[in-house]
Design a protein around this ligand. Sequence first.
Ligand code: UFG
Length: 337
Amino acid sequence: MRILVTGCAGYIGGTFTFEALKRGFKVIGIDSFINGKKNNIKFFLENYRESFKFIEEDLSDYKAEKLKKELDSIKIDVAVHCAGLKSVDESEKEPLLYWKNNVDSTINLLNILSNSNVRKVIFSSSATVYGDSDIHPILEDFGIEPVSTYGSTKVAIEQMLKDSSRSKKFDVVSLRYFNPVGSHKEMKVYESPYSMPNNLMPRIIRVALKLDQKLQIYGTDYDTRDGTGERDYIHIDDLVEGHFKAVEYIKDFKGYEVFNLGTGTSITVKEIISCFEEVNGIKISHEYADRRPGDIAKCYADPSKANNLLGWSAQKNLEDMCRDAWKAIKNNLNDAK
Ligand code: UFG
């Protein structure tokens, strides 16, 4: 089977690509390197010469000549669309950049796929589409009320895919990720803490590496177990496994379907810090700060639909996530930048 992976140099697309190559799939990867790492591509090309092909291109460029040319000669069975900008904060400051990079590029991709008769698409969506839900855990049919531009672009893409599936041109599975953390079991692909990330785990790692003196905990007065934000953190290996289940599922599936990929357990900021300290034996100095604009109190999944229809459930726990996130950086200190 041949899979097209967009965003194949990034944390999630790269981890999926690595695991797909290990499992014997052929992968055509595309990335613009806006956020992706060149080292990931170098590693795939060196180790999977026969089964990996890379295209450096920006999908929001309507010409996308390299991809079009490639798809003229090669038959793709499934497209896994991971490419996209993903910072909530940045999306509020640069909304048009997010609409161009996330939405425009998907319109372009779908046109190219349609012209090449590729009809199976798996899309990296996000729990951010639910916004600030009053009810937890969150089911797929809850209201869609994004509170950031980033979230709005994910909703728009989901709608575009749903509409396209009605036209019978595409069969689509959207995977709504909760909070992916940790590193692939072989520690070759990981999330870099060096590019001033906004997310909690790479910020914790920055303190562990002494790049930052203290972690700021954004808000201690939320209506949660200990006043700090509660999220559903999911190990990247489990998240990636969910994609392989979706690849299986979509083979005989027709239409549009959406699944939550989360563990169903919520963890507070204080709990993840304590776990990281205990598992890795490193103190994470922290201080309390104001709430971060746009943040919500809690967000965690009801993953039973994915359990039942995909036969998928998360296997790894918070200790695994904290241990693997740190181990990958420790193992790759020279390359991680
Ligand atoms: N947090 C801190 N300090 C930090 C960073 C984060 O206290 O330095 C807190 C946040 O306030 C929040 C929690 O840690 O309570 C998690 O924050 P993240 O930034 O790691 O994750 P978010 O839940 O805000 O958003 C993430 C992704 C989105 C995705 C969403 C899905 O950034 O892309 O999860 O739930 F859509």
